[in-house]
Design a protein around this ligand. Sequence first.
Ligand code: BYC
Length: 313
Amino acid sequence: MTLHDLEKIFQAKIDQEIKIEPKDWMPEAYRKTNIRQISQHAHSEIVGMLPEGNWISRAPSLKRKAILVAKVQDEAGHGLYLYAAAETLGISRDQMIDDLHSGKAKYSSIFNYPTLSWADMGAIGWLVDGAAIMNQVMLCRTSYGPYARAMVRICKEESFHQRQGFDALLVLSKGSEAQRAMCQDAINRWWWPSLMMFGPKDSESTNSDQSMKWKIKRKTNDELRQNFVDMIAEQIKLLGMTLPDPDLKWNEERKHYDFGEIDWTEFWNVVKGNGPCNKQRLDARRKAHTEGQWVREAAIAYANKKKEKSAAA
Ligand code: BYC
């Protein structure tokens, strides 16, 4: 069979909604783009633990602390499912971690912003997890089987994350003047970076066309961003707060909200490593990896001992 035939069979499978599994033939570029996206997604989950981890010791009540600990642990779990899904494509966990630490692999721009107040925990849950779910619901139907299956479980947990974020903000929005101001300030700071999570405009998105043909992505960056704006523009009314965009307005003709221009210079600056917290985030990941070396060594030694014991029995 020629390469052309194999590619035709592969695309026919995708068109018939048959999932691609690890041992199936796939074009090298399909393998590569899945490794790129899934590993970047895994890195985002792990780096995403840092801004929220910052507030665990300062949560305002036992209840909020328990919720936040559970959420941050969930993010670690998501990272693990996703690293495992990427490993089925033939890349090792070590390689992926090295690529993150060396700055070769990207992770979501959103996690390079600081968490300045307790209200940021609410804004992250509501806006950041809200944006993440919008994108991830579509990924439950992505064409690569292991990625799609990982996403189903992740999405269930993300809905809880978004809900707890909205709930935290709702309480603040009904509180004192200072609490309301803190809530509005967090929304103001997280709104535009949340819109950037969906990636560059479709006209600038280098991977979208091919990823849509392969059904890795099912909706474009701009489509998902618009869906997110439409959802949040309604939900904010329940909080009695505002979004920091004077151009946000319902467009009766389009049946969507119009919104202002994103600062793309800021987006690319953060993606290229020059955001407010890029250095701090990578330093924290590298430090955790170095300090966890003994745990990995101990786990390997224990596994070897167990293997020797069962071989001797
Ligand atoms: N940040 O061609 P494009 C979470 C890069 S974590 C940084 O449109 P694509 C959570 C892009 O990689 C949720 N880089 O790319 C965790 C590409 O560069 P390369 C994270 C970005 O892949 C803890 C270039 O720009 N979600 O939920 O077709 C606590 C051109 O872009 C960004 C995922 O990772 C960005 N925002 O589409 C709370 C979802 N955007 O790689 C919450 C999985 C773009 O060619 N990923 N770039 O060098 C995706 O769905 C897609 O990769 C994207 C981008 C929609 C993000």
